[in-house]
Design a protein around this ligand. Structure first.
Ligand code: DIR
Ligand code: MN
Ligand code: MN
Ligand code: MN
Length: 307
């Protein structure tokens, strides 16, 4: 696989400074070498820059840093679309989760042109299903899934290219959902694999069933990995820790299954706040997980069928 690293020093989707240091932390933790050592091509396109801001308004006065987030959305959509158009797999080094407003837009634009359906796997403690109209925190990192699913309330943003139907979206690992998100999720047919589901069925079965759908549809698959998908005891470097996250082995198993599926076409690494890290351990763990997603394993196993 040819991979392209895209640095996204996005810090406008929440109010705790530090995510802008994420791309540098991933590079220091050796992300390029980790991928290259597995036999893949790696190109680093550097960090994207924020374009000149446009004046935009939003009916909800709580919304924070809308012009900045809009600027990042436009530039990242373009860059991710470019990387996919070169036949490569973009890996977006975040940056807070608002960057997915742009990265998934780029993937969706590319999928539409190539005539393939796009699927979304959201590995996160949060559902990120607010619209700019329903958010109470005003932090736009809590909104990308709603944008991607085509919900109303994003009039300040470019129309999402070919919104992803709810049955092609899989939320995985969630354990913190605000009341307005909860109500909206119940009206959409999104696969909600909260921690209760994963405790009861294990980490493998729900993922395999989603991957089967992707494969049968000949789809592209965008994976968005939020640091808080992981338990805070192993991944402290995130502004919004939530107890009860996935363990080291569970997270690696998810990555190993994703590798075996051969379906992942683009990847976000989001919400790493290196200022909160403990001697780089969270950055190193995220790089390690990327290694598993790109094919690192102790012994080869026959590729499994997911049915
Ligand atoms: C929280 C989002 N529900 C909010 N929190 C997130 O502020 O709307 N943290 N996404 O990662
Ligand atoms: Mn372009
Ligand atoms: Mn998130
Ligand atoms: Mn989160």
């Amino acid at each position: 696989t040819r991979t392209i690293l895209i640095g996204a020093p996005v810090d406008s989707g929440q109010r705790r400074p530090g995510c802008l240091m994420g791309p540098a932390a991933y590079r220091v933790a050796g992300i390029a070498a980790a991928i290259r050592d597995l036999g893949h091509g790696v190109e680093d396109w550097g960090d994207v820059a924020l374009p000149d801001l446009r004046a935009v308004t939003c009916a909800n006065p709580a919304v924070d840093q809308l012009p900045e987030t809009l600027g990042w959305t436009e530039v990242l959509a373009d860059r991710v679309d470019d990387a996919l158009s070169e036949g490569a797999m973009p890996v977006i080094l975040g940056g807070d989760h608002s960057l997915a407003l742009g990265s998934v837009s780029g993937a969706a634009a590319h999928a539409r042109r190539s005539g393939r359906p796009l699927f979304l796997l959201w590995l996160d403690a949060h559902s990120d299903f607010h619209t700019p109209m329903t958010t109470t925190s005003g932090n736009l990192h809590g909104t990308p899934v709603a944008y991607i699913a085509g919900r109303d309330g994003f009039e300040a943003f470019p129309p999402f290219p070919a919104p992803i139907p709810a049955d092609r979206i899989c939320l995985y690992g969630i354990r913190s959902v605000d009341p307005a998100e909860h109500a909206a999720l119940l009206e959409h047919d999104i696969a909600i694999n909260d921690m209760r589901v994963l405790d009861e069925h294990g980490i493998v079965a729900p993922l395999r069933s989603f991957l089967t759908k992707v494969r049968e549809a000949g789809g592209m698959l965008h994976v968005s990995l939020d640091v808080d998908f992981l338990d805070p005891s192993i991944a402290p470097a995130v502004g919004t820790t939530v107890p009860g996250g996935t363990t080291f082995r569970e997270a690696h198993l998810v990555m190993e299954l994703l590798h075996e599926s051969g379906l992942v076409t683009s990847l976000d690494l989001v919400e790493l706040n290196p200022f909160l890290d403990d001697r780089g351990r969270t950055a190193k763990l995220m790089v390690d997980l990327v290694g598993s997603l790109m094919g690192r394993k102790v012994f080869d196993r026959p590729t499994r069928s997911f049915t």
